[in-house]
Design a protein around this ligand. Sequence first.
Ligand SMILES: [Zn+2]
Length: 169
Amino acid sequence: MSQVIIQLLPGKRLTLAAELLDLLTEEYDPHVELFDHFVQFLQDIEEGKVGPERRDILIRLILLQFVLLHEVGLRPRLSTCANCKRAFASDGREIYFSVSANGLICRDCEMSFPDKIRLSPKAAQCLADIKQFAQASEATLDEIEQVLIHHFTHILGRPPKMAEYVQRA
Ligand SMILES: [Zn+2]
């Protein structure tokens, strides 16, 4: 089924989503919610409910990647510091993402996580509160997509095959 989806998908970002979906789920895994979400995404594109703006597709794909992480039990901790569990300041300043911590970490903990990536305040605010995606700029969404590719690279042990194309797109 995934081969068929890859051939039918219009964009490279969609190919990335299909690749991740394929790599992280077993052939007969009953990830019903995930596949429903993905099929709905494809239908929305076909019916013109998503896009054609790049920003719309980015938002949907980022959300799809979070659903995917959630479904396979690898959902990152984003609401509080993944290490000390303390709440973040609402201005989003000095927040980092760490693949080894599997989530956002605060400035008091970042020293313990050499793999951390410092986030812009806007990207950090979006990740900490998913509702903010609706207002996010394209630059913020691009930043979050890069963080997710980095995260999936760590989970898979190698970059997703399509990552280099997406990063150039
Ligand atoms: Zn902390």
